[in-house]
Design a protein around this ligand. Sequence first.
Ligand code: G6P
Length: 490
Amino acid sequence: MAVPRTDVLHDFVCISNRLPVDRVLDADGVPEWRTSPGGLVTAMEPVMRENGGVWLGWPGVPDETFDPFTEGGIDLVPVTLSAQDIEEFYEGFSNDTIWPLYHDVIASPAYHREWWISYQRVNQRFAETAAAIAAPEATVWVHDYQLQLVPRILRSLRPDLTIGFFNHIPFPAYGLFSQLPWRKQIINGVLGADVIGFQRPADAGNFQRSVRRLMGYETKSARIMEPQSDGTFRQILAKSFPISIDSAGFEELARRPDVQARAAEIRQQLGEHKTIMLGVDRLDYTKGIRHRLKAFSELLCEGRLTVENATLVQVASPSRERVETYRLLRDEIELTVGRLNGDYGTIADTAVHYLHHGYPREEMAALYLAADIMLVTALRDGMNLVAKEYVATRFDRRGVLILSEFAGASDELKQALLVNPHDIEGLKDTVMQAVTMSVSEQERRMRYLRKRVALHDVARWSRSFLSALDEFPALRQPAPTDPEDVQRYE
Ligand code: G6P
């Protein structure tokens, strides 16, 4: 296992299951570091570049040990996962138990005791590594559902630390969460943090309800009162901090002449006169890719759209490919795309351009610029940063965002065309509304959306979370009696 530098202690430590870069082999078989998939990395990368500190996580390959290194200006400390850890902790408990459970059981969660044992073991390893490299009274920010036990273990190893936890995915209603055989241990693990962040107020509410029902603790608005052995209460703040992107960075990218030239090239290759619809997702059953394809295929079948006047580009980046549910989903999507293209495509026109790859940010920005309609039809999604990336890129104020009301982003992006993706007729009508939307209406909506995304960027998100954590020593004291003090955190 990698031995982190214990000679260098850090005042700020970020921990997530994945490092922002994965170890991969390039076309010639030479190993290199490549940007990791997912919203967590998109959001935290600019934060870490700006704030400094060290990022601790898994480098994406089994059994390989790497010394700490710096990549893209960020100090990284790799944590080794064995092939067995990957199978039981990562693919098993994290992505076949917690992920489906927290996404409203869209797929059935599997409960296996050996996966739980592995989850505890790996969380212990992450916590011990962080404890070894954190300076006295450092701040440690733990991320996401793979590491819910880390805050409590870390608190017991290093009571001097200030600990934050942010859950990037939804937190389910108690009626679902209570299925989990280890529900109390998970809640107790998270409660080791001083400040606990969620995407939506509803997620924070669900968490608090679970705390009350399972632990019997009192909650006062955003504060949770954890009884201590000496009769006092430790206070924990649990509230929503909606995550975002580096909006200015995306706009800058979109304004680059090479990116605009690439966007023009994409448009020209797909057909200048066509309505270009775009979906960009990890290939995950939470994203509603099937629903989107169903709506598109019915529109073609009914002749409301034709392959001569519309095309759908679906980027589906490979994800968790050894987990059975993901394997089945891939087969289903690829069968559907094949049928659709077979039924409606012509020599000249393809109905769906299906791309099973991840792409660099430049290419994504060009695709966003080329697309008339962005389809985000998630059945459940913590936030969905693709929606915000599309908006940030469209400095020309053109384009229409269709956004699922089950994605956290819909709390903020109200001028998008909001849809219930389960309602296929409604989704079809919304697609047609987007296809026929006037330029002035597009601009009116985009102006509002862009203002929101520019103002509420990722720097603001991290500032608000970290300043809550910073102010926390006040909360560590016994419960405040001064009403003003109480109100500050409500
Ligand atoms: C989501 C999760 C992240 C995860 C990412 C990619 O964004 O919130 O924690 O890293 O998906 O998934 P993966 O399983 O490839 O890490």
